[in-house]
Ligand binder design. Structure first.
Ligand code: SF4
Length: 217
């Protein structure tokens, strides 16, 4: 039997990514070595938070929920080696499987058909140095890049990053997300339009539906 430290599992509406709006089962793994300035789940950062769960039990809970989408997130889900066994197990479910990671770890061992969302850390996060840039060469169909922007400087840094890594915006969806309370979504929308960018403005849907402070949504 294999185990993982799980902070929480619950059914929700996926609030981000190109699949925003889909009912999903969210598995939040415990532990993260990063300390982003805007982290909205700091309670999941300690490696000893949450509870230890058998991977078979997690998979069965997901199967019982019968949602069309499963999101594995954190914390930083790739910080626990057992996550790969969980992802292989989930891949046999009749659902789309997404993994959201900070991109601080090697994403190559993540098995297809798992769709990987890399939450690239901008300077405003305070954790920019943790980006593992070799991951940019490992992107495949179904993956997405997410950037949380705190200000105009983060936006310009992101544009430079996309150019530097020659990201094909027709092949890999790029999601630009204004940091809640720091960047006005209208400013970001205007910058995207002014620059004729083929990217998506991403708002955290769950915050508009349930409020910014709501948990487990
Ligand atoms: S990577 Fe995610 S969980 Fe970790 S500190 Fe940053 S926002 Fe929080």
């Amino acid at each position: 039997m294999s185990y993982l430290r799980v902070f929480e599992i619950y059914d929700a509406i996926q609030g981000e990514s190109t699949l925003a709006g889909m009912p999903c089962t969210l598995i939040r793994l415990a532990g993260c070595p990063l300390r982003c300035s805007y982290c909205d789940t700091p309670e999941a950062i300690p490696a000893q938070s949450g509870q230890v769960m058998d991977i078979d039990d997690i998979t069965q809970q997901v199967r019982r929920a019968r949602r069309p989408l499963v999101l594995v997130t954190g914390g930083e889900p790739l910080a626990q080696r057992g996550v790969f066994e969980l992802l292989r197990s989930l891949s046999h479910q009749p659902a789309i499987i997404q993994l959201e990671t900070s991109g601080a770890y090697d994403i190559r061992p993540v098995p297809p058909p798992v769709r990987r969302i890399l939450d690239i850390k901008t300077p405003g996060s305070g954790e920019c140095s943790r980006n593992r840039w070799s991951n940019m060469q490992a992107l495949r169909e179904g993956d997405e890049l997410k950037f949380v922007l705190t200000d105009r400087a983060d936006y310009e840094w992101t544009m430079d990053c996309l150019k530097r890594h020659a990201i094909d915006l027709d092949a890999i969806p790029v999601l630009l997300s204004p940091c809640w309370g720091l960047l006005d979504p209208r400013d970001l929308a205007q910058w995207i339009l002014d620059d004729h960018l083929n990217v998506r403005l991403q708002l955290q849907m769950h915050k508009y539906v349930w409020g910014a402070e709501a948990r487990r949504v």
